[in-house]
Design a protein around this ligand. Structure first.
Ligand code: DQA
Length: 146
């Protein structure tokens, strides 16, 4: 690992941002978010890798691949937040700061969204601030990595 680098993982259905329930998730697309993250990070000399999958195992594989290769992780596990012990277990492999991001405020929504398998093992959680949450997560990580 040469300079600082952050992996950003987006879970299922986040590839449909912009089209998907815009009243909840807004009109920004995933490509918009990823390019904004790359732009903001490059100003801080941080490299960004992004990954989206609708498949739990593919996300587990990507987390395993990240072992010892990244300085930090931003993850929105989307619906798997509320169901996936496998993603939680994979995250426990990593010994770098992890920021969990949710575009919506999961605590204000249906009861099944209130529990996260990730929040108690993440360094921090950002919820309900829209896509800005991703940029705030980058800010937080870049401070931590100084
Ligand atoms: C989400 C919240 C989850 O409950 C939901 O399943 C998602 C998106 C969010 O970013 O607000 O897909 O993680």
């Amino acid at each position: 690992m040469a300079g600082k680098n952050i992996l950003v993982i987006h879970g299922p259905n986040l590839n449909m941002l912009g089209k998907r329930e815009p009243g909840i998730y807004g009109s920004t697309t995933l490509d918009d978010i990823n390019s904004e993250l790359v732009k903001k990070a490059s100003l801080k000399d941080i490299a960004i890798d992004t990954f989206q999958s609708n498949h739990e195992g593919a996300i587990v594989d990507r987390i395993q691949d990240a072992y010892k290769k990244f300085s930090g992780l931003i993850i929105n596990p989307a619906a798997y937040t509320h169901t996936s012990v496998a993603i939680r277990d994979a995250l426990l492999l990593l010994d770098v700061p992890i920021i969990e991001v949710h575009i919506s405020n999961i605590h204000k929504r249906e009861p099944f969204r209130h529990h996260s398998y990730v929040s108690d093992i993440a360094t921090g959680q950002i919820v309900g601030l829209g896509v800005k949450g991703y940029y705030l997560a980058l800010e937080a990580l870049s401070e931590m990595l100084k």
